[in-house]
Structure formats: structure tokens, C-alpha cells
Design a protein around this ligand. Sequence first.
Ligand code: MTE
Length: 334
Amino acid sequence: MLINKPSDIKSSEITPESVYRQRRLFMKSVAAGVAMLASPSLLAIPDYSKPNDRHYPGPDWLQQMIRQGSDERVFATDEPMTPYEDVIGHNNFYEFGIGKRDPLEHAQDFRTDPWKVEISGEVNKPGHYTLEDILKPHTLEERIYRLRCVEAWSMVIPWIGFSLGDLLKRFEPTGNARYVEFVTLHDPEQMPGQRTSFSTIKWPYVEGLRMDEAMHPLTIMAVGVYGDALPPQNGAPLRLVVPWKYGFKSIKSIVAIRFHEQMPDTSWNLAAPNEYGFYANVNPQVDHPRWSQATERRLPSPFFNPNRIDTQLFNGYAEEVASLYQGMDLRQWF
Ligand code: MTE
């Protein structure tokens, strides 16, 4: 893999802060010796400008962790990042409505502190853990990932999070734990989408991963974005990010994690089993029954300049994850 050295970057293209961050990253990648984390253009990315006003500070201890985490960029892409306004203003979070701006408009009073996560099933350490219990033992870091929605729009997002695998190991899964299920909060009083009787989703929203997918180093629990705590519409205070799968696998506002021997149900598979499979790996060759998945509109995507690009197998992360599906027919296991 090609690693651009810091000397390859023109000083006119970068700010002093990004030089600092990229140097740290270079040393970190080399020291770690983790080829996967040294993506081709890792060191050539320009820095983004963070919003000046912090909208979503979260509790002090979390904000402090996030600030440290945003200095630790360990995975990146050379594609330009999606503007902050789109990342927080164009969302799918059906609990707050089905329109793309509904989550921004209806989630602002969502209470995410205090927050608890219930761990159960095939583990030696089940229990109720506070957000602090969940986060404190981990070091946060920044991962700039593509997010490809099944509806064929996509973004490039600087998440702040930590390895899901490191978290799951702490609960000591038993030998029977072959799958892990995630559950979103069910609180119709706070979530207007859960009060309608016409919903396609059976609440609470549930998702699942095979254990090896959950343990994969690319899979993270995110608590921040663009250097700040997650806004409610992006899944505060804790959400999954699985970058090689369609966005619906990245479940938001998680309150329970359950370890299973059998494949768990997932919300979209229950809603339309012929349209949404359990695996949901991004695949330009396997169309959705109602539309093509060959291309995507990278946001921002104005009407007269939709910014359409080719979709990549596994959302561009094939080198890292294709081996997980060796021998599987990806048309059958969509
Ligand atoms: N999680 C819950 N609980 N409810 C949802 O409706 N939508 C999913 C996913 N996670 C959803 C969810 C879909 S379809 C997508 S594309 C991503 O969240 C969008 O994440 P973003 O709003 O942070 O871009």
C-alpha cells in the first residue's frame, strides 16, 4: 500500500493543525504496523474546518474525551468530507419522522443524559452499564468513513468513536455468541415517529451483525462527529458505524446489546424481507428490487449538479472486509 509521506503534501494545501495531526498519524500508523489503518491517501487529506460554535457539547467528561479523540485520526479517505450542515441536516432516523429534515427538526429536545445500555444473552458479564461505564476504558479516535445509504445517497463523515470489538470483549461473550443484536430506545413520548400507527418499522429499531463483522477493526461505536458530541439526529449518545454496509445497519441511540447463537431479526428485514437482507453489504452489482445500486449521489447533491459517482463493492472497503464473505453468494446473502 502506498503511504504518502508528509513531505509529499504541499504546504499551501494544509493548515498547521493538519500538519501536526498528520505527523502524529504517520508516526502512529508506522508504530502500530497496522497495514489496514494506513489507507492509500491517509496523509494527503486536507484538514476540515470545524464549526465554530459547539451545538452538542454533551456532558463535560464526554466532551473532554471527544476533544482528545479528534486529535487521533486513524482512518481516512482522500475524498472531500461532506459539509457539516448536510451531516447534521440530512438524516434517516425514523423515530423522529421519515423526512430527511425531520430528525433535525424533531430531535433537538431528545434526552441522552443519563443513558444506560443493557448487555444480555451469551455473555459472562451481563448487566446495565451507564454511558460512562461503556466509554471510560476506551480511547476515542477519529475515523473518516464513507456512509452509503441504501437510498443511493452517500456522505464522507469524520466520526469520533472506538472499536466495537474492544467493547464487546469486555463483556466476555461465551462460545455460543455467533451474532450480536443492537436495540434503539423505545420511547414514544420523546420519539414522535414511534407514535404513528402507519410506521413501516416495528419498534424498537433493531439491527444485528455476525460476530466476526462486529469484531472487525473497521466497525466502531461512534459518540461524536466533526469534533463534537453526536447531535441527537445522528444517533446520540451512542451509535454503530459499519462503513462497508448500507447505512441502515448503523443503528442509532443504542440502549441494548444482546449476544445470540441464532441470527437475530433486523428492522428492515422484518419490514421488507425481499428488499433488505441481514448482511446489507454495499454492492453495486446487486440492485435493490426497485432501483439500481450501481451509482450514488454524494452529498451535497444539488438538482442541476447531482454529483453522481460509481458505487464501490463493500463501499470501497473490499480490501479490508471481502475475506469475511469468502465462498458466500452475495446475491443470495444480500
Ligand atoms: N437507526 C435508527 N434507530 N433509526 C433509523 O431510522 N436509519 C438508518 C441508520 N440508523 C435509522 C438508524 C439509516 S437508513 C441510515 S442511512 C443511517 O442511520 C443514517 O445515519 P445519519 O443520519 O447519521 O447519516
